[in-house]
Design a protein. Structure first.
Length: 344
């Protein structure tokens, strides 16, 4: 069983490490050559925070590549990079299209939502065989529309996770909070099948609590609302998730964000969990030591996912002539932070 993980951010590193530990053949695709070389040279370091147990670090010899290296190698991709003869990229694509021998069973797409472009979607379509499934772990909405222009909907799955992870270095990830992962088909009304059961079992064996859903869109929106409530507030206040429930002045702000987004979901006919407010607080508590992905981006001087998360809600609201004043304010504040650190 081979799993290719595209994206070596916090979650990509965490999933790669855990799957590798459980015996899965893992290919990790990093954005930069520097990160890929660092992981190949020093190994992927996984830190586990466990209650009442001293922190445990593990170094794992995970194979890491850049997308350019991936395309330049022949069908024996799984051997060491240094011993792989270079081939023409176009012939490599033909090999991958015609044979499933060296193709991954699953491609886990773990780049940020803002990184999913037509160019990336086209490249991903060339890495898929008829039996390969693309599993999307993105926050926000809108990226499935881009991917489905190049990839059949029945090959696209969606994953929604509340696991917490923090990338301490290019080759070092810390598991900061245990959560729940849902899997479902991007194709409307599709049910889970044996292939999905296999991936569910792989993730469970790797230590991730994983379930299949026949209504993944509802899970996407539940996660979207949680992100829209937690991430911008942590980014603006520059605090970890666990600080929010303990900050009295933050709670009504979070509640207002949730109420506005819940109204939008209701107008769109999206079913939300009845206890979504309690879930928001629970996620904050379960990932108390975690820096949200948006806060991690702000701290690192990177562009955030505010456009995909809050911006996605605002776009959907505008189509319905609905005002979301609290979200508009949070959007403006995070965008202002981005502009101050000269991202744009």
């Amino acid at each position: 069983m081979k799993v290719r993980i595209i994206g070596a951010g916090a979650m990509g590193l965490l999933v790669a490490a855990r799957l590798f530990q459980s015996g899965v053949k893992v290919e990790l695709v990093a954005r930069t050559l520097g990160q890929a070389v660092k992981i190949r040279t020093d190994g992927l370091k996984l830190s586990e925070n466990k209650l009442q147990i001293e922190e445990q670090d593990t170094i794992l010899p995970v194979h890491a590549y850049t997308i350019e290296e991936l395309l330049s190698q022949n069908s024996t991709l799984s051997i060491e990079v240094s011993s792989v003869p270079q081939t023409d990229a176009s012939s490599e694509l033909k090999v991958r299209s015609d044979s499933s021998l060296d193709s991954p069973d699953y491609i886990l797409l773990m780049v940020k939502q803002t990184s999913i472009t037509d160019e990336l979607a086209l490249e991903l379509s060339k890495q898929l065989t008829i039996s390969t499934r693309l599993v999307c772990f993105q926050n926000g909405i809108g990226h499935i529309d881009i991917l489905s222009r190049y990839i059949a909907m029945e090959q696209i799955w969606i994953a929604v996770t509340t696991e917490g992870a923090f990338k301490q270095a290019e080759h070092h990830v810390r598991h900061t909070g245990k959560g729940l992962t849902w899997l479902g088909s991007a194709q409307p009304d599709a049910s889970s099948n044996m292939d999905m059961q296999i991936l569910q079992n792989l993730l469970n064996l790797a230590g991730f609590s994983t379930k299949a859903s026949n209504n993944i869109n509802s899970k996407v929106w539940n996660k979207l609302l949680m992100n829209a409530v937690i991430n911008p507030v942590t980014a603006v206040l520059r605090v970890r998730n666990g600080v929010l429930p303990r900050t009295p002045a933050a709670l009504p702000l979070m509640r207002s964000l949730l109420d506005e987004a819940s109204l939008l979901a209701d107008m769109l006919g999206v079913e939300l969990a009845a206890d979504i407010w309690e879930q928001v607080i629970l996620v904050c508590e379960q990932t108390a030591d975690n820096h949200s992905s948006m806060l991690q981006d702000v701290m690192a001087g990177r562009e955030t996912e505010i456009e995909a998360i809050t911006g996605g809600l605002l776009k959907a609201a505008r189509r319905l002539h609905l005002q979301l004043p609290t979200h508009s304010a949070m959007y403006a504040m995070v965008r202002s932070i981005e502009q101050q650190i000269e991202i744009i």
